[in-house]
Design a protein around this ligand. Structure first.
Ligand code: AHR
Length: 648
């Protein structure tokens, strides 16, 4: 019987459970499983146990968390040679009244391509509204009534400029507009234009138009439109930022993933090209995830994001390796220096060479960079172990002895044959497999480096675009990691985010478009692990004959109410209701019923997903504890995650 058929049999009991969320014990169940907890013995879980992994994938940054509205702001999406690609810009007008091309006349040395518009018409000979260019942003710009937007661009021309810059709704109606006129001024040289406009209506699918009815030649470059209202003015889209912040991550691994490597080394993420003034950044082809990125959310912004989230940055840098080419170990020194420079950029003094660049960007105080990863998923490549890794390791260790160095070789079966403070472990698999991996680290080497499970997820058929089934199986895996937190010191799901219009990799934790967003079940399950960082893992034994249950118990102090709780998390990855009880030994006083609660994450169908129309179809449901914990026999619904928060 398939999972989904067998599951249907239990829909009735589940519906009862959802209507009466206290989940009655199943009278037909032959056994009651019990988690026996010793409240007197436990060990600390790492303070950085639970975090997030941000990668520029699925337009997570450009067209997502990074609030820039214009896509391809430098007209460079086809590369630095001309003709380059102006997509997704389109031309307003036809060849009888405007000719649009690219040339290499920009005032910016690192991104020489500029847009040239030869305007052939004059005033009434131009179409109504003029001719020019239009940018749809990332599948439509979200322009909201009453909100202010900063529009900036660089311009030069052969004759006085008379441009109209507007946000235009999908119905062609102008939502905000400003005129740029330069009569009597010298416009032969590049000039920066800056304007703030306020929208008079809302349209989630708007575009930015720059038009004119004035004959002549106009060049444009580095066109940007940013909402003024971003998180702390740091450029992060508020709603997406908040959703990440709600996970209370203790670390932020960034900026990849394969994004760091590139399909080809010439397209890899090289941090120096992503810092400094935004208009001077060349941008690059994110060839692994198949789109151009303007690198608005660059290395500096990644560090800033970590700081704003209250998370420690974990910087993954390119170690001279892409998916298709590799720098020889003998020629690796520039990459080693680039890594050292990157660390200096993050934490050097404001007077140091690279620290001063950071300071010039508005952050004189060093960022708290304590973790770096030498590359991503390249352990088995030709040169990696042939000393290349050691060149990075030794150089960083010598200059920054306190930095935790992460190797991307798997040390879970055999100890690593090279030094590292932490090793990185990735797993994407089906639900049964990841469920069974709740014991994966039980026998992993205890001496040597700690483990960072920096990417895990159920994928393919079991996951769809983010199913309950995936979340339940992942929860079991996470509980297993928590129980092995003597060696597993960090864990993050992947990928974190996706713009639904370019979801190359699915599933993802947070899905958005220009104005909406929702968490997949995998997002919501992670919320049950927020309190694990810095908590105490209590010794516990699950007395059961069921092979579908995985459980753990932690003790933690709730930062909001200051109270101490025991949190029991239990996963039922089976097709039947499982009766479950909790017994706690060694508590000085009883669990307080008032103030204790139960959180349930489940749904009537294992392949259920959330969506924009039903964002909370599968979301945690919290109810008060309605009995003393000693008297409670709780029916764990099939394919469910239950968390008992017990006030002590
Ligand atoms: O998370 C998506 C990709 O999966 C990451 O870029 C890579 O590290 C892994 O293969």
């Amino acid at each position: 019987m398939s999972l989904s058929n067998s599951f249907t049999v239990f829909v009735l009991s589940l519906v009862v459970c959802l209507v009466i969320p206290k989940c009655q014990a199943d009278a037909n169940a032959t056994q009651t499983s019990k988690l026996v907890i010793d409240a007197n013995s436990g060990r600390p879980i790492s303070d950085t146990f639970f975090g997030v992994f941000y990668e520029e994938i699925n337009h997570a940054g450009g067209g997502g968390l990074w609030a820039e509205l214009v896509s391809n702001r430098g007209f460079e999406a086809g590369g630095s040679s001309v003709p380059s690609s102006i997509l997704p810009w389109t031309i307003i007008g036809d060849e009888s009244n405007i000719i649009v091309s690219t040339d290499r006349s920009s005032c910016f040395d690192r991104n020489k391509v500029a847009l040239r518009m030869d305007i052939l018409c004059q005033r009434i000979s131009c179409p109504p509204g003029g001719v020019g260019i239009s940018n749809p942003g990332y599948w439509g710009m979200n322009i909201e009534q009453g909100k202010k937007y900063k529009i900036e661009f660089y311009v030069r021309a052969t004759s006085p400029i008379n441009l109209e810059v507007s946000f235009v709704g999908s119905n062609g109606v102008k939502l905000a507009s400003t005129n740029i006129r330069t009569f009597g001024k010298n416009v032969a040289n590049w000039t920066k234009m800056e304007n703030i406009v306020e929208a008079n209506a809302t349209d989630h699918n708007s575009s930015l138009q720059i038009t004119t009815s004035q004959k002549g030649i106009v060049w444009l470059d580095q066109v940007s439109a940013m909402p003024l209202d971003t998180y702390k003015g740091h450029g992060f889209r508020n709603d997406i930022f908040q959703m990440v912040a709600d996970l209370k991550p203790k670390f932020l691994r960034f900026p990849g993933g394969c994004f760091v490597e590139g399909d080809n080394l010439r397209n890899a993420f090289r941090w120096k090209d992503t810092v400094g003034p935004w208009e001077q950044r060349p941008g690059h082809l994110n060839d692994i995830w198949k789109y151009w990125t303007d690198d608005g959310l660059g290395y500096f912004e990644g560090l800033q994001l970590a700081e704003d989230l209250g998370a420690l940055p974990v910087w993954v840098f390119n170690n001279g390796i892409s998916h298709h080419d590799e720098v020889d170990t003998n020629a690796i020194s520039p990459f080693v220096q680039e890594a050292l420079d990157g660390i200096e950029f993050a934490r050097g003094s404001p007077t140091s060479q690279w620290g001063s660049l950071r300071a010039s960007m508005g952050h004189p105080h060093p960022f708290d960079l304590k973790y770096v990863s030498i590359g991503n998923e390249d352990c088995n490549l030709k040169y990696f172990l042939a000393n290349k890794y050691m060149k990075f390791y030794k150089a960083i260790r010598r200059v920054y002895p306190d930095i935790q160095i992460i190797s991307n070789c798997d040390g879970s079966v055999n100890p690593l044959n090279h030094p590292a403070d932490i090793y990185d472990f990735h797993i994407y698999t089906n639900s049964k497999d990841i469920f069974s991996m709740s014991t994966k680290f039980d026998n992993a080497p205890r001496s040597g480096p700690k483990v960072f499970v920096s990417e895990y997820a159920v994928w393919k058929e079991d996951a769809g675009n983010g199913s309950l089934l995936a979340a339940v199986a992942e929860a079991a895996f996470l509980i297993g990691l928590e129980k092995n937190s003597d060696i597993v010191s960090m864990v993050s799901y992947a990928p974190l985010m996706a713009n639904i219009n370019d979801r190359l990799w699915t599933p993802d934790a947070i899905v958005f478009n220009s104005y909406q967003l929702y968490g997949t079940p995998s997002y919501w399950l992670q919320q049950l692990f927020i309190e694990s960082s810095g908590a105490t893992l209590l010794n516990s034994t699950l007395q059961t004959s069921s092979t579908s249950l995985v459980a753990s118990a932690i003790q933690y102090k709730n930062s909001q109410d200051g109270n101490n709780y025991i949190r029991v998390k239990v996963v039922n990855f089976g097709t039947v209701v499982e009766n479950f009880g909790i017994s706690i030994n060694g508590l000085k006083s009883n669990v307080q019923q008032t103030g204790s609660s139960i959180v349930l994450l489940t749904s009537p169908n294992i392949m259920d997903e959330n969506s924009f129309s039903e964002p909370n179809k599968i979301a945690p449901l919290r109810v008060p504890l309605e009995k003393k914990i000693e008297d409670l026999t709780y029916g764990l619904p099939p394919y469910s995650i239950t968390s008992f928060d017990l006030l002590i």
